[in-house]
Design a protein around this ligand. Structure first.
Ligand SMILES: O=C(O)CCC(=O)C(=O)O
Ligand SMILES: [Fe+2]
Length: 417
């Protein structure tokens, strides 16, 4: 039977079943326990099939064509509900024109097709953790620590990722300067990328407003004000073909599992496939997220999870602490989504030497203002659901993440408000 959002939130709160957890149970089992056993009977949509099912597409067309308050509320609720269940959503009619998205992929191809000497002219500075410039194939690897939501620095090492990227921001962000190719190398690329970055921000503004409304925040601009668009990053990513056997033997990966250190990420993908999201609460179990033409995939990052009082990440301490943190586990609103890129679906008729298809994707990383206190939003806690994370700043969080990505770099700079 369908229950209202509020009823369902109340019903998931603090199930006494959780108290009976045996102390020797490992942390993963505890998380699964909460997410499957404790909720499954109550909510049909928590059944196995529902957990594996792709999320519904959230259609923003009414929003982008001047929606009524009621329509905005419906979109906001659907978006929040979907992110609450899955950690991400497909969004259609998001406002970035399909022709622009198509053009962005064409520019990406042109960039990565350039001779390596050209691309090396804009190589990312090794002394900086800023995501600006070109990362040579296989250089940027996801730290294994990020397989755990929010990061676990005790997990050492890197995923053997095999992709190349070109990252850029706003030219207004003078503390993280862009690395542009000389104009004659790829005429028009800088102008287009700057325009596309701006269009992604416009789409993001609508999404942040919808999230605010969906979370029940009266001031729909509250979440947006925690951002400043020149801080965001646009990333062109290219996954060249690799031998499937290398992927199978884990010698190479396309992109290792991680959560994003963003508030939200907007992701455009081509039609190759390979993107996968972890099923919330089922550590290590991923489902493929097929490209749906005309949509972007928006995923919740660690900052939004904290604002919305998401899941605690204290699961890898002593058994006592684990139990305490599970006891504190109240219905989390929005969980950051663990995701990765694997090989696209295989053609079983091909032989063992088969290679994966080339893949392009374009994530737009939306980052909070670095020096503002990052703490639970007013709507997202109450007496029985107190804030789970101590207040911090995004700068502090990002410094921690930056050190995971680039242990050798000792510079973290980002512009102020
Ligand atoms: O390439 C993709 O589809 C995912 C990219 C991604 O998750 C990232 O860059 O953080
Ligand atoms: Fe990501």
């Amino acid at each position: 039977m369908w229950k209202s959002y509020e009823q369902r939130l109340q019903a998931t709160a603090f199930s006494s079943t959780i108290l009976t957890l045996p102390r020797d149970q490992n942390s993963l089992a505890e998380i699964s326990f909460f997410n499957t056993t404790a909720t499954q009977d109550q909510f049909p949509e928590s059944s196995e099939a529902m957990q594996n099912a792709p999320p519904p597409v959230v259609d923003f067309s009414p929003w982008t064509s001047g929606a009524s308050l009621d329509q905005r509320l419906q979109i906001g609720r659907k978006l929040v509900e979907t992110c609450h269940q899955k950690g991400f959503a497909y969004i259609s009619n998001h406002g970035v024109a399909p022709s622009l998205v198509e053009e962005a992929f064409a520019w990406s191809k042109k960039f990565f097709d350039l001779p390596i000497e050209d691309k090396m002219q804009v190589k990312r500075g090794e002394d900086s953790v800023a995501f600006r410039g070109y990362n040579v194939l296989g250089v940027q690897k996801v730290p294994l620590a990020l397989q755990v939501r929010g990061g676990d620095p005790s997990i050492k090492g890197f995923s053997p990722d095999f992709n190349e990227t070109f990252d850029l921001g706003s030219d207004e962000n003078i503390e993280q300067p862009n690395k542009w190719l000389p104009e004659h190398v790829l005429p028009g690329f800088r102008e287009f990328s700057t325009k596309f970055y701006g269009e992604c921000w416009k789409a993001t503004q609508n999404i942040l407003r919808a999230l605010a409304i969906g979370l029940g925040i009266e001031d729909e601009n509250l979440i947006e004000r925690l951002h400043s668009y020149p801080l965001n990053s646009l990333s062109f990513k290219h996954y060249p073909p690799v031998l499937l056997s290398e992927l199978d033997r884990n010698e190479k990966k396309r992109l290792g599992a991680h959560s994003d250190m963003t508030s939200v990420t907007l992701l455009f993908q081509d039609n190759c496939g390979g993107l996968e999201f972890e099923i919330p609460g089922r550590r290590g179990e991923f489902v493929p997220i097929k490209p749906i033409p005309g949509t972007l995939v928006m995923n919740v990052g660690d900052a939004l999870m904290r604002w919305s009082n998401g899941k605690p990440t204290l699961f890898h301490h002593s058994p006592q602490v684990r139990i305490i943190s599970v006891l504190k586990l109240q219905p989390d609103y929005l969980q950051s989504a663990i995701h990765r890129v694997q090989s696209p679906p295989r053609d079983p008729t091909n032989g063992p030497g088969q290679i994966t298809r080339r893949r392009y994707s374009i994530p737009y990383f939306v980052l909070p203002k670095p020096d503002k206190t990052l703490e639970c939003l007013p709507c997202c806690s109450n007496e029985t659901n107190p804030p789970k994370y101590p207040p911090t700043t995004y700068k502090e969080l990002a410094t921690g993440y930056g050190k995971l990505f680039y242990p050798e770099a000792d510079v973290y700079s980002t512009s102020k408000d």
